[in-house]
Design a protein around this ligand. Structure first.
Ligand SMILES: O=P(O)(O)OC[C@H]1O[C@](O)(CO)[C@@H](O)[C@@H]1O
Length: 439
């Protein structure tokens, strides 16, 4: 089933005075037309390579080869890289089983580890615990200049040296960075290439947080058995109405962008909650946080992304969502959970005083929770849109990711900010370097 978006519970008639009026929404949606025209134009000219990815297959053999190389005879594969150089891969890998309770740990094949947060204690412990001889590493940085990734790569080189594997580094590490350009220093390449190891090219035209559909996201996904073709087929589905020239009200991503921007402009609601139901959407919510925050948070504009996972966060954040300040717009991602999972013995259910559980599956319970969350949010005056997929698999995650990349780009157009830069974080990076020099 293709992604289905329902926005009925987003308007004042449903949620009361906190809700956006249909008229105000339509006015913002109309303003999305130039953004859609721009997307079509840059697709045609090739100026935004992201939009050509769903139809590409010339790079798939290289992606499969890299995943095979990393996993052959390996007990462990580590991925170094941060932000957009990690989160897309994490999202796809999770759909394949990585970092899922129990199944993640029991899965056959090499263990996959993303070291995206620089933590000195964890890094030392990881290098101590990993059997380095059978551990391969993918080191990812678009710019080649991110301090966290560079320092991790240096520490890894030393760990291999200390383990007596200094001459075999090229058999253990694969690099992924922008192609070398004369006159421009790529520090990661400068550090690693002398070891004779192989570098894959990061597409220079695809910004870090938009790379899930490139080798950056698809190699880690492939390591967990996620088929890159299926991911791209799903992405193509989300892009299709844009390329087909549909008007804004026929493009789900434009509708989502207009809702978020409409709420920000008309109601000052600048917190957006992504409530994904199911373990396989946990990393997706984190990927979306970077996409939404770093793309839109500029010049005093932008909306704060809040990730939540269901049902577990019903027992954590839902009280606040329902009864705290009415200052959030919600997106619930639901799956066809019904009829899935273990079926409950009626005798046990009766014994426990929960006869309604009897004969139902665990998925039936989750399906009723998804529905109840949407309805109680709306009843409590909280605007909520529902996104439904039949299940979280390679195709639906590709569709969700492309949907949100488009939604982000269109929202940036509506807000009048550049979706593709991140000027403010650069200041802190320069300062951190100064403080390091002073130590
Ligand atoms: O891939 P790189 O160049 O190492 O950058 C990692 C991340 O750092 C940022 O530049 C922000 O600091 C992100 O935009 C990016 O995804």
């Amino acid at each position: 089933m293709p992604l289905k978006q329902t926005i009925d519970t987003c308007f004042d008639v449903e949620v009361g005075e906190t809700g956006l009026s249909r008229e105000a929404f339509q006015a913002v949606l109309g303003r999305a037309r130039p953004g859609l025209a721009w997307l079509r134009e840059v697709h045609e000219t090739g100026a935004l390579p992201l939009l050509s990815l769903p139809a590409r297959d010339d790079d798939l053999a290289g992606i499969a080869e890299a995943a095979d190389w990393l996993s052959a005879d390996a007990t462990d594969v580590i991925v170094l890289g941060t932000g957009g150089s990690s989160l897309g891969g994490q999202t796809l890998a999770q759909v394949g089983g990585w970092r899922l309770p129990v199944v993640g740990d029991l899965r056959a094949g090499p263990r996959l580890h993303f070291l995206d947060n620089l933590d000195p204690v964890s890094l030392a412990a990881a290098f101590d615990a990993l059997p380095l001889e059978t551990t391969r590493a993918l080191v990812v940085s678009k710019s080649g200049g991110t301090g966290e990734t560079l320092i991790q790569a240096m520490a890894l080189l030393t760990a291999y040296e200390d383990a007596g594997l200094g001459d075999d580094v090229k058999d253990h590490i694969l690099g992924l960075s922008e192609p070398a350009v004369s006159g421009h220093l790529n520090k990661l390449r400068k550090l690693l290439e002398p070891y004779g190891l192989r570098f894959l090219d990061h597409d220079p035209g695809v910004g870090g947080r938009f790379t899930a559909l490139t080798n950056v996201g698809l190699i880690p996904g492939a390591l967990m058995g996620i088929d890159p073709r299926a991911v791209r087929a799903g992405a193509a589905r989300a892009l299709e109405p844009v390329l087909a020239g549909a008007d804004a009200d026929g493009v789900p991503a434009a509708i989502g962008a207009a809702l978020a921007v409409g709420y920000a402009e008309h109601h000052g609601i600048v917190q957006n909650v992504m409530f994904g139901y199911g373990d396989r959407l946990e990393r997706f919510t984190r990927w979306w946080v970077q996409l939404w925050a770093e793309s839109l948070g500029k010049q005093g504009r932008g909306m704060t992304p809040v990730p939540a996972v269901g049902p577990v966060d019903q027992h954590s954040q839902l009280q606040l969502f329902l009864d705290g300040p009415a200052d959030k717009l919600f997106t619930v991602i639901a799956t066809d959970a019904g009829d899935k999972g273990p079926r409950i013995d009626p005798a046990l259910a009766a014994e426990a005083g929960q006869p309604e559980f009897g004969g139902r599956t665990v998925g039936d319970f989750v399906a009723s929770q998804q529905r109840a969350t949407v309805e109680t949010l709306a009843r409590n005056g909280r605007p909520v849109r529902l996104l439904q997929v039949s299940s979280v698999d390679a195709e639906s995650i590709g569709e969700l990711m492309m949907h949100f990349m488009l939604e982000t780009i269109i929202a940036a157009h509506l807000l009048g900010v550049d979706a593709f830069d991140q000027p403010a974080v650069e200041e802190g990076k320069i300062l951190a370097r100064t403080y390091l020099e002073e130590m």
